[in-house]
Write a protein that binds this ligand. Structure first.
Ligand SMILES: [Zn+2]
Length: 264
């Protein structure tokens, strides 16, 4: 079995049952897609239900060897966020911190986020994955790269190819040309990935060390993303990097996890 690491999926309840998952359902969907290890975060916590959402997620992740977690932090739930991040450092299941400025209703460039980053997230040493998209003024790619440039010691993943479903697909390419950063990676968990050339175009701009496999399951069915990765017109070396090596670079705490080791 090839190693395939999904850096972006969710546990918890979304707007309908079919787009929701406990650990068992999420793992079944991921196995169908050939995923061997996945990083999950709470749906509810993205909206602000930090305590309930993170607690549920860590409980489900503990029961499934193929899952790791990110804890969701929120600048306006400061005390809770600080507790989850600090506890996360000593919990081997936790490999990063998730931000969702769009659902959480805050601006990624706000002073509250800067304080959270300065005082809590950066000192933790955990990597950060944030929703990024053209559809929201809270976190378009240029604002996210600006945040990442202020914290060069923190590894950042920009979700959804840095653009999401809407708007101009080249926005993340143009933002990268302006501000290429050693500490930033992208995930491909967006329907936009299925528009012909979208992944290859970003790959050309940011290079093959910067894109990680991601599915946003159970909001999306994950299996088509695996098929997409198998069929992209890219080198086998690039395919292997996207499948798992880039994830290990962006999320070093994945090292040694079940199903996360690259093939020799
Ligand atoms: Zn997501």
């Amino acid at each position: 079995m090839q190693t395939l690491v999904d850096v972006h999926c969710h546990l918890g309840q979304s707007v309908r049952g079919s787009m929701s998952a406990d650990g068992e359902r999420l793992c079944a969907l991921l196995r169908q897609a050939g995923v061997t290890h996945a990083v999950a975060f709470s749906i509810e916590a993205c909206y602000g239900g930090i305590d309930i959402g993170n607690a549920y997620t860590l409980g489900e992740v503990e029961r499934h060897e193929m899952l790791s977690a990110m804890v969701v932090a929120h600048p306006h739930h400061r005390a809770s966020s600080e507790r989850w991040v600090n506890d996360g450092v000593s919990n081997p299941d936790v490999v990063g911190v998730k931000l969702h400025p769009a659902l959480g209703q805050y601006d990624v460039a706000s002073s509250a986020v800067m304080r959270l980053m300065d005082e809590v997230v950066a000192p933790s040493g955990l990597s950060v994955l944030s929703h990024v998209g053209n559809e929201t003024s809270q976190v378009p790619i240029d604002k996210y790269l600006e945040l990442a440039s202020r914290f060069p010691g923190v590894r950042f993943i920009a979700a959804h190819l840095g653009v999401g479903v809407l708007g101009i697909r080249e926005r993340s390419i143009d933002a990268w040309v302006d501000k290429p950063l050693e500490n930033v990676w992208f995930d491909m968990g967006t329907l936009r990935a299925f528009t012909t050339g979208a992944v290859e175009g970003l790959l050309d701009a940011v290079d093959e060390d910067r894109i990680c496999f991601g599915t946003d399951a159970p909001l999306y069915v994950p299996a088509p993303f695996s098929r997409l990765l198998e069929t992209l017109d890219i080198s086998e070396e690039a395919r292997r990097k996207i499948a798992c090596r880039n994830a290990l670079a962006a999320l070093p705490r994945l090292a040694g996890k079940a199903g996360a080791s690259p093939q020799a």
